[in-house]
Design a protein around this ligand. Structure first.
Ligand SMILES: C[C@H](N)C(=O)N[C@@H](Cc1c[nH]cn1)C(=O)O
Ligand SMILES: [Zn+2]
Ligand SMILES: [Zn+2]
Length: 476
């Protein structure tokens, strides 16, 4: 099966160093979508990808989604639409990835410069975006180049959609996907997204579900400016005190969400679904390895996986305006903004979640009898997604995993969110597969994010092999 793959694999091995250089150039561009000041860098990253694709003979079009909501002077970065190959006899596959990254500062605790790809003696490649999602996006480009250099015919027509706002709720992308479903994406027969992670470090997986994400801010303000706590402490209602009390009402320290009605929206667990968890290759030690601690809420694998995949969670992320530098500044912050998000699951409707959140926060605020002002706002939300893995798209990926890694992949769901997955499925009407490249220890979104060289190189083989098996599936 797929005999041309041997030549392709050999070429990928030969090109490993140049693929790492490509990743180094990409990581060096701090394309942080959440930081308006770094928006030119997000655009620079789009230009980098466009140039790489064009150099390989792909055609690239840009779609400009307009201004960022709430920022009338800030342009959203371009959405890149690429095409490689246009042969009516071949299958057409649409792949999606994102070229923006989470924020990263050395002083957050990184051991190396976050935007300087650093490879250690165990071939771990550290850098912001290495695994999420620059490595996987470059994996598709590497696959095109290795086919060309090996003289192996590219097995499918490849459509590409790469965006620069995924880490900020994919602002502007939904409308463009809907618009292009009958235009640029019209030939697509299936969709593949490489933007999540294996459950452990050894066994690859194929993913058929994601949680949604509804992200909120809580703004508490009172005094006109920050105050001296010695002079004004005890005389003023402190916004920070109000905010921490309010945040503390949302969730207990065992992860139980305290918002009435929210847990009742969750689809009940069936016996059939419960069975699925037994067979998944995952140990609590995998979790401890990823956490770097043994501070888990649950004691066994099943409860842990269910908490990650099929139950909602509420996380408190940070407080803007609070004093956070080292030292002991005795300030009373005048205005603080708390940030929290809820990962949503079937059958939670985002509008209903918002309604319950606003009602609860309003009631808890009232109980504080504060004379400060409080505003609770939705920042962005994206829906959950669960699909059927019984499709040729998944069979092709399963064969590719077996060919590259010699094992059958686990079928998993993912606790994270890729808001546009559901949009792709609904707008194109095609099956969507998530085919991860990185492992559970990659620390996406965290300090010291990395991608193992093995995952990058074998992952590039995997993406190419998947396309070959997709082409074979067409002949069945
Ligand atoms: C799974 C994917 N690589 C990812 O990290 N997605 C983000 C998407 C998001 C949602 N709100 C803000 N960003 C995530 O799951 O946090
Ligand atoms: Zn991602
Ligand atoms: Zn991410």
């Amino acid at each position: 099966m797929a005999p041309q793959l041997d030549g392709y694999f050999k070429q990928v091995d030969l090109m490993a160093d140049s693929f790492i250089s490509r990743l180094r150039s990409a990581v060096a561009i701090p394309s942080v979508s959440a930081d308006p000041d770094l928006r030119p860098k997000v655009v620079a990253m789009a230009n980098f990808l466009e140039a790489e694709l064009k150099a390989l003979g792909a055609s690239v079009e840009k779609r400009l989604p307009g201004k960022q909501p709430g920022h009338p002077n800030l342009d959203l970065p371009p959405i890149l639409l690429g095409r490689y190959g246009n042969d009516a006899k071949k299958r057409t596959i649409l792949v999606y990835g994102h070229y923006d990254v989470q924020p990263a500062l050395k002083e957050d605790g990184w051991a190396t410069e976050p935007f300087d790809l650093t490879v250690d003696e165990q071939d771990r490649m550290y850098g912001r975006g290495s695994t999420d999602d620059k490595g996987p996006v470059l994996g598709w480009i590497n696959a095109i180049e290795a086919h060309q250099k090996a003289g192996v015919e590219f097995p499918v027509n490849l459509l590409m959609c790469f965006e620069g706002m995924e880490e900020y709720g994919s602002e502007g992308l939904d409308d463009i996907i809907k618009e292009e479903a009958s235009k640029f994406f019209k030939d697509a027969e299936a969709v593949c997204i490489s933007d999540n992670y294996w459950l452990g470090t050894e066994k690859p997986c194929l993913t058929y579900g994601l949680r949604g994400c509804s992200y909120y801010s809580l703004t508490v303000s009172g005094p006109a400016q920050d105050l001296h706590s010695g002079v004004f402490g005890g005389t003023v209602t402190e916004p920070m005190t109000d905010l921490v009390r309010l945040l503390a009402t949302l969730v207990d320290n065992k992860g139980k969400i305290q918002i009435p009605g929210l847990n009742e929206l969750v689809a009940p667990l069936t016996d059939e679904e419960k069975e699925l968890y037994n067979d998944i290759s995952f140990e609590m030690s995998d979790l401890f390895h990823s956490l770097g601690s043994e501070t888990s809420i649950h004691l066994n694998k099943e409860d842990t996986l269910m908490a990650r995949w099929r139950y909602p969670t509420l996380s408190i992320h940070g407080i803007e305006g609070a004093y956070s530098a080292p030292g002991a500044k005795t300030v009373i912050p005048a205005k603080v903004i708390g940030k929290f998000s809820i990962r949503t699951v079937p059958n939670m409707e985002p509008d209903k979640v918002d309604e319950l959140v606003f009602k609860f926060v309003g009631a808890e605020w009232k109980k504080l009898s504060s004379n400060n002002t409080m505003k609770c706002e939705l920042q962005h939300s994206g829906n959950w997604w669960v699909a059927s893995p019984k499709h040729w798209n998944f069979s092709a990926a399963s064969k590719a995993v077996e060919r590259v890694f010699g094992v059958k992949p686990d079928l998993t769901r993912e606790g994270g969110s890729i808001p546009v997955t559901l949009t792709f499925e609904q707008a194109t009407g095609k099956n969507v597969l998530l085919l991860p490249m990185g492992s559970s220890t990659d620390a996406a979104h965290s300090i010291n994010e990395k991608l193992d060289k093995r995952n990058y190189v074998e992952g590039t083989k995997l993406l190419g092999a998947y396309l070959h098996y997709v082409a074979e599936e067409a002949q069945v």
